[in-house]
Design a protein around this ligand. Structure first.
Ligand code: SF4
Length: 349
């Protein structure tokens, strides 16, 4: 497992080692950790009970990375709020706050850009810029909690990026955010969504059996999946479904499949039948997503009657299925579109 040296990405063990290596007392590590992960400070100066000399020594070798809000859009329809954040090197990422009856859920990005190339996704159009540090994933949550003054209770890692392509940082983020000395968010309230990096599905099931896994499926067979998702050239549907079955068996949890419905591509009745056969017998939930149009791609949203027909076929086969409620439709909802729009406006697109 990779170790991290920026201060907000470090676990208590690493922080304690850094503090003692700097000639400071061990208990300072606990104080600093509390400032970083419970009081959610933005700058080192805010650590009031830590002497300035101690702060400066530690921060010299272990910089404090985070996110700075540059734009915010609030949906007039449902209050969903999208944040554009800038990273210390000028990269831009986006996060989304959704308010539900069960609590506040934040969808975070795991990479600046993405190299997975899914055909319906705006996040990948400019490729991968870089992986995010654990601190930068965490600070999306912290910044939203600071901005709203309300507790975040649920996390979804489904924004820009493929989380399993940044696996160690993802694991560290989960470790820190679920720490009782941090925000103490239950691992059961965390969902990670992957496009299907099979070896990492096994590793994740072994490491974090309490975390919910969602797999972006989007097609009921290999041929169609290859058209939509280049990752399908690396891992077959059979391999993917075996990994999904392993997760269910290992964790005792239900797995989620995301299926974006694209008009005239994967939304026909026969596709629903194939999908039902594919997941038969597996403890799963299928989330149907009416795809958001991306202007660079010629994909359109399925019509209501097709969505309903698809749903009914799955229900007929006793498969747990829902159609995702569209959140924040009026604020450029599709994943990656805000970031791309911002980069184009600021001349970096
Ligand atoms: S859907 Fe996810 S994995 Fe696929 S290109 Fe977009 S961000 Fe990357």
């Amino acid at each position: 497992m990779e170790s991290f040296t920026d201060i907000r990405s470090m676990n208590m063990e690493e922080l304690t080692a850094a503090v003692t290596a700097a000639g400071e007392k061990k208990f300072r590590a606990k104080q600093i950790y509390g400032w970083l992960h419970q009081k959610l400070i933005r700058t080192g100066d805010e650590m009031k009970n830590v002497p300035a000399s101690c702060r400066q020594t530690i921060l010299k070798d272990h910089p404090l990375y985070g996110v700075t809000e540059v734009e915010r859009y609030v949906s007039k329809i449902d209050g969903t709020t999208k944040f554009l954040f800038e990273l210390h090197d000028g990269n831009i990422i986006e996060s989304v706050l959704m308010k539900y009856r069960h609590g506040n859920s934040v969808c975070i990005s795991s990479q600046a850009g993405c190299r997975m190339g899914c055909r319906f996704c705006a996040s990948t159009l400019l490729g991968l810029e870089r992986n995010l540090y654990p601190s930068e994933m965490l600070d999306q949550i912290y910044a939203i909690q600071r901005a709203t003054g309300e507790r975040v209770s649920h996390i979804v890692v489904m924004g820009t990026g493929e989380p399993f392509d940044n696996f160690d940082a993802l694991c560290r983020m989960i470790e820190l955010v679920s720490d009782e000395n941090g925000l103490n968010i239950s691992r059961r309230n965390i969902t990670v969504s992957t496009c299907g990096l099979v070896p990492k599905i096994y590793a994740f099931a072994d490491t974090y059996p309490q975390v919910t896994l969602a797999i972006s499926l989007h097609a009921p067979n290999d041929a169609m999946r290859k058209e939509l998702m280049p990752v399908a050239n690396r891992y077959s549907m059979k391999e993917l479904m075996e990994a999904a079955a392993y997760y269910v068996e290992k964790t005792g949890r239900r797995i989620t499949f995301e299926y974006s419905l694209v008009k005239d591509v994967n939304d026909r009745k026969e596709h629903a039948e194939m999908l039902a056969a594919l997941v038969k017998g597996l403890n799963c939930h299928i989330n149907l997503i009416p795809v958001n149009p991306v202007k660079e791609r010629d994909f359109r949203q399925s019509e209501q009657n097709h969505i309903q027909a698809f749903l009914h076929i799955l229900e007929k086969h006793h498969i747990q299925v829902t159609v995702r409620r569209e959140m924040g439709r009026d604020i450029s909802a599709a994943c990656g579109q805000l970031r791309k729009g911002y980069k184009e406006r600021s001349g970096n697109g």
